[in-house]
Design a protein around this ligand. Structure first.
Ligand code: 13P
Ligand code: SF4
Length: 319
């Protein structure tokens, strides 16, 4: 296999200043998810959850979108912006939910549920989006399901934990694809209870990708943006945060007077950091802007079929 050698980064370079210079030179916008490394969050033009990032991608007039997140997010930006160049610092930045729901197996799964509306979590490939009727994110999943007529059966994919949470909130039965997030499924109910005992005044705030056994201890459940906002509006001084640890950077920055305690995974590991998100580094971000590669591309037929359910989501999302 041919490997392309990239010129090494000059160690004297100030990467923060270089990235700012390249932003102007390329007419680029950097969109970053909260799970990115703090250095990346600090150079981003916009930091948000998957819904906010999609909205920004749909609205930007920059010529180049540098997506500091995982592949399905950059791909969504490309679906919305076919004429713009979309760069991703590391093309291998996948997602366990997306990777474990291949479109051929999903198409076969759907054949068993004729007449069902297909609602897919945005954490899926363009090919799976193309098989879906409506896309949702953790921020709008309940609101979207609530807009579906009561007698309409629903298939929900690929996150069964988000699906179960939506079923509990909406009172709707749904057929679930059995996918999970490898980060959120590692949080330990046992260790969370022990942490609550040590911090009795702390509120537990959790992402709906967590297992039901963990979510039942949460005082508030929401997307990453919703968790950040809640930490600001609550009058509590301490929070146990049950999601990927990258969000703590913005929480601590916005509320330096409050205490944010990352929830522990079951094993003694750094499994509360997403190994896909963390493939992106400041160095790779700089290189992808300098060399304008790797780039996310898509065939036009798939893009067009994936666009419709994303546009439906944007139209159905509460403002
Ligand atoms: P949100 O961005 O909707 O909070 O979801 C988190 C996530 O896991 C993204 O992959
Ligand atoms: Fe996917 Fe989970 Fe990583 Fe989000 S945190 S990108 S859902 S593996």
């Amino acid at each position: 296999m041919l490997t392309i050698q990239r010129p090494a980064i000059d160690p004297r370079l100030d990467l923060f200043a270089e990235i700012e210079r390249l932003k102007r030179e390329l007419n680029a916008v950097i969109l970053a998810h909260y799970y990115q490394d703090p250095d990346i969050q600090d150079v981003a033009d916009y930091i948000g959850d998957s819904l906010g990032l999609s909205r920004q991608a749909a609205a930007t007039d920059a010529r180049v979108i540098v997506f500091a997140g995982v592949h399905f997010m950059a791909e969504t930006a490309k679906i919305l912006n076919p004429t713009k160049q979309v760069l991703l610092p590391d093309l291998a930045a996948g997602c366990s939910l997306s990777d474990n729901c291949p479109s051929d197996r999903f198409a076969e799964f759907l054949r068993a549920y004729p007449g069902h509306i297909v609602i897919s979590y945005i954490n899926c490939s363009a090919a799976v989006k193309a098989l879906s009727d409506i896309i949702c994110t953790s921020a709008n999943a309940v609101a979207i399901v609530n807009q579906i007529p009561k007698d309409q059966p629903i298939v929900f994919a690929p996150d069964r934990n988000l699906g179960r949470y939506v079923m509990a909130q909406s009172g709707r039965e749904m057929v679930l694809w059995p996918g999970t997030c490898i980060v959120h499924e590692t949080f330990s109910e046992r260790k969370l209870i022990a942490l609550k005992v040590r911090h009795p005044d702390a509120e537990v705030i959790a992402h709906p990708e967590c297992e039901p056994a963990v979510l039942r201890h949460a005082d508030f459940v929401g997307s990453t943006t919703a968790l950040l906002k809640y930490a600001g509006t609550s009058d509590r001084r301490a929070f146990i945060v049950v999601t990927e640890a990258g969000i703590l950077h913005q929480m601590q920055k916005a509320h330096p007077d409050k205490l944010f305690i990352p929830a522990p995974p079951e094993a003694d590991c750094a499994c509360n950091e997403c190994p896909f998100m963390r493939l992106n580094t400041l160095e790779k971000l700089y290189l992808c802007m300098r060399d304008r590669t790797p780039e996310v591309t898509l065939d036009e037929a798939t893009r067009l079929r994936a666009l419709t359910p994303i546009e439906r989501m944007l139209a159905m999302s509460p403002k």
